[in-house]
Design a binder for this molecule. Structure first.
Ligand code: AAO
Length: 483
């Protein structure tokens, strides 16, 4: 196959793909198993998740990940959720009953619930306080659960981790002053297992293991050892070049959040070639695909200065590419707009309660969200359609890889095709889709597709498709979107 490029105008790039051979025609196959796609509902209250679960199911998401459900310190910042006071399920996000009801309703709709389990530490408060469930606590004293001997007290300055090159410090000192549990102790392990068991008894199907890097892998393995087979264990071990602790150490205990993916993709926002996308998953900086979860942003990285986030016009393009990539299990992210890193979800200051969650009609990163507005990615039409695209693609091989300037395209052989434009100018091209000839709808056209009634794309007998992609947009189609 040869590829010739002509610059049609400063504003449009035209590619002509000379098709050396006709694509093989592939028949639509009977319904494939749904793609495994997660959705991180950051700081969504339980009642709001429950109300959204049918929509989430209808839109093809198979499981959601909640913020931590245990009792935590009081305060307005989102990160109060990450300072446990007890394992009572009484948090700012809702009560135990609300949590259990949500898990049941979501389960009935076909959506599994994964809970964020904060098991490395307790609070980081120097002064005594009372948690969201009414429990009194001190920094190293949690009546009825833990006392000072259940925590590491390390020699480093302030007892805090300062040197990530030092394994001992990372695992035995405090992460930002958070009282660091002795996860090697039987008492601590038993207490944590009881917490996970309690969540399982409510129907939870898995756990994100927060700050797993800060616990030896054998400790995490011991804590999750008795979970029923098939329970998702998704460990947060941030991969960092040169650090002695690696995600690979944790693969015995479960799966990992693969930070390399979002990090490498972030360098593609503008400028650089797309090779990092095509190479993702193939280097030693990636855990094996079947053990890895991918994400464009998470609640920490969207507050950093590197990740591609809902604030970037290229965000939908890269999220669609995540859904199109065969590497890893993708997790969509859905939170709220913020200017202040610490800002929690909007509160009614008269009642002290969180405001109701509403998804605006606005969708997509090129729209400006107001501070506190929920971004509701699970409703963005392109992303919803791309979940179906992923199901259609199944295990079909990646083929016809092409990229140039702001354009990138590839096919999943005979099943699905995607081309994206990360730039500010429209992009016109002709591509070999490998799809059966026919009329198709465009997954990137801004409507959630259930059937294809008004096709806008024509795939020729040779599999070729000519189209124009708007700035920061996706042109994608697959066998389900054939008219
Ligand atoms: C809050 C206040 C603190 C206060 C504390 C106690 O902000 O000032 O001392 O309360 O009162 C969240 C918030 C924290 C908050 C905490 C407790 O983010 O601000 O502290 O709740 O309320 C490390 C850990 C990782 C952790 C991450 C934040 O390894 O596990 O720090 N993430 C999880 C949660 C997170 C949560 C906690 C853990 C605690 O997702 O939301 O904190 O439960 C390098 C290392 C990483 C390290 C980062 C940040 O990463 O490799 O291991 O993560 O630095 O220190 C590039 C580099 C990579 C680098 C990365 C980020 O990618 O390649 O090496 O950038 O800089």
């Amino acid at each position: 196959m040869t590829l010739r490029k002509t610059l049609a105008s400063a504003a449009a790039v035209t590619m002509v793909v000379a098709l050396a051979a006709c694509s093989q025609a592939h028949k639509d196959e009977p319904s494939a198993p749904p793609a495994d796609v997660g959705l991180n509902l950051f700081q969504w209250p339980w009642t709001a998740i429950e109300a959204e679960c049918q929509t989430i199911a209808d839109n093809g998401v198979t499981w959601i990940m909640t913020s931590p459900p245990q009792e935590h310190i009081q305060g307005d910042a989102w990160w109060t959720s990450y300072q446990p006071v007890s394992y009572k399920l009484e948090s700012k996000l809702g009560t135990r009953d609300e949590f259990g009801q949500m898990v049941q309703t979501c389960g009935d709709a076909g959506v599994d619930v994964v809970a964020d389990a904060v098991v490395n530490h307790m609070t980081g408060q120097e002064n005594p306080g009372t948690g969201t469930g009414g429990t009194a606590y001190e920094h190293y004293d949690y009546p009825g659960i833990y006392s000072t001997d259940d925590f590491h007290h390390c020699d480093a300055a302030n007892g805090d981790i300062t040197n990530y090159q030092d394994r001992n410090e990372v695992q035995n000192c405090e992460l930002v002053n958070l009282a660091d549990l002795k996860t090697e102790s039987e008492h601590v392990r038993t207490t944590l297992k009881a917490y996970l068991d309690d969540l399982l008894s409510l129907g939870v199907a898995g756990f994100r293991i927060d700050a797993a890097k800060h616990m030896p892998a054998v400790d995490v393995a011991a804590i999750v050892a008795d979970l029923p087979e098939g329970t998702r264990v998704i460990q947060e071990v941030i991969r960092a070049a040169g650090e002695p602790i690696t995600p690979e150490e944790y693969l015995e205990a479960g799966d990992v959040l693969e930070f390399s993916w979002g990090k490498d993709i972030s360098s593609l926002k503008v400028g650089s070639t797309f090779s990092a996308f095509f190479n993702a998953g193939t280097t030693s900086a990636y855990a094996p695909s079947e053990k890895s979860y991918t994400f464009v942003e998470n609640h920490d990285t969207e507050r950093g200065n590197r990740a591609i986030t809902y604030k970037d016009p290229q965000y939908e393009v890269f999220t669609a590419l995540m859904l199109a990539s065969p590497y890893g299990t993708p997790i969509l992210y859905s939170g709220y707009a913020f200017a202040d890193r610490d800002a929690g979800p909007a509160k009614n200051f008269a009642t002290g309660q969180l405001m109701e969650v509403t998804c605006t009609e606005r969708t997509g990163p090129t729209q400006t969200y107001l501070d506190g507005e929920w971004t509701c990615q699970q409703r963005w039409p392109t992303l919803v359609n791309m979940i179906q695209w992923r199901t259609d693609a199944g295990d079909a091989a990646v083929t016809q890889e092409w990229s140039e300037e702001d354009g990138l395209s590839f096919a999943r052989d005979g099943r699905a095709f995607i081309a994206v434009n990360r730039g500010a100018e429209p992009l016109t091209g002709t591509w070999d889709t490998t799809l059966p000839p026919g009329e198709y709808c465009d997954a990137g056209a801004g409507e959630i597709l259930t059937t294809c009634e008004t096709p806008t794309l024509t795939v020729g007998k040779d599999g070729a498709l000519t189209g124009t992609i708007a700035p920061y947009s996706v042109l994608a189609t697959s066998v389900s979107f054939r008219s």
